[in-house]
Design a protein around this ligand. Sequence first.
Ligand SMILES: NC(=O)c1ccc[n+]([C@@H]2O[C@H](COP(=O)([O-])OP(=O)(O)OC[C@H]3O[C@@H](n4cnc5c(N)ncnc54)[C@H](OP(=O)(O)O)[C@@H]3O)[C@@H](O)[C@H]2O)c1
Length: 384
Amino acid sequence: MRRLTILGSTGSIGRTALDVASRLAGEITVVGLSAGTNAALLARQVRDVRPEAVAVGSAAGARTLRDAVPEWRGDVLVGPEGLAALAGGTSADQVLVGVVGIAGLEPSLAALSAGKDVALATKEVLVAGGALVTGAAGERGRRILPIDSEHSAIFQCLVGQDADAVARLWLTASGGPFLRLDAKAMEAVTPADALRHPTWQMGPKVTVDSATLMNKGLEVIEAHWFFGVPAERIEVVIHPQSVIHSCVEFVDGSLLAQLGAPDMHLPVQYALTYPRRRPGTGTRLDLRTLGALGFEPPDQVRFPCLGLAREALQMGGTAPAALNAANEVAVRLFLDGRIRFPEIARNVRRVLDRHTPRPATSVAAILAADREARALVDTVVGIG
Ligand SMILES: NC(=O)c1ccc[n+]([C@@H]2O[C@H](COP(=O)([O-])OP(=O)(O)OC[C@H]3O[C@@H](n4cnc5c(N)ncnc54)[C@H](OP(=O)(O)O)[C@@H]3O)[C@@H](O)[C@H]2O)c1
């Protein structure tokens, strides 16, 4: 029986993970849950699952939860410290990290330090803290299992292969809702337009990242840390149907791809049951109904975020943390209607231009770069 804590259980990935766990109830027991603000949904999940402990973003949320489930006697932990304590505590042997952004960094480290495996959806964790987090996993002999569909695809294609047989990784990208929009029209798109993803149902931040292609840029950095492949051997290709989730090209010229419906049940389940495959709980693919699959190179002029992410990885040290923070705050400002869509990339550009990378060898160094980048975007936009 696998004992699982789900961080971000009220979110898109978290709810999918709970669904997978409930369908595999004889094999997975959920012992920890967490929410940021949605204490009402967390209360319903607590009633269903009866975990040992939960974490919630605020003391007010904790009170709402206690009032909603008075008969449940588990621990309620509060705030970022509570989230890290939950990740490192309970009887869990695996922690699924599905919160958004840099908030996932310290809980991931806490879980690994406590000797637990991590199933990682929060790509920002490896973007900002790749060296630190992979180092912590190596020191404790723990696994970090990918949940992002592209990285899960590559992980599946690599089973049984030698690392030195890998020539290139091919990350596929849907291209998002603005794939065919010209640069002028992009100035006028609204948050509602950006949140209308053509193939995937996801939380708002990652959906906007898909529209800017920053999502793919973050995934290049994530793939570098997951698979130890240098950025120049990680390619990105637009594949609007989101059926091929990514490919590995081997030195002999063979390409292995993983295909599936655009449904996160499969990659979530693979991470939770690895190395076993269990009967699928999500949508299945019928090859006869697919029709043509398309591929094209990404347009780096209309989508500058992809190049910015590669640039940050090349700068090294704290530069990807600064890129990530600038992007997180710029996406929030766009969703709040304070900046236009192309300003997301322009703000990230400004931050990278001003950032002097330092070694990203401690949480303090990463969080300092994160704070500086956020402050700079706030100042430029006129908030700070
Ligand atoms: N959704 C997907 O299909 C998908 C695919 C690949 C990768 N990912 C990655 O997975 C992560 C989660 O994405 P998502 O789409 O599931 O996001 P989401 O639907 O917005 O859910 C985010 C979850 O994290 C919690 N949360 C947010 N900020 C927090 C904070 N500062 N402290 C503590 N908890 C916080 C939220 O709590 P409340 O809602 O209670 O506030 C919610 O439970 C992201 O990094 C994303 O890039 C997602």
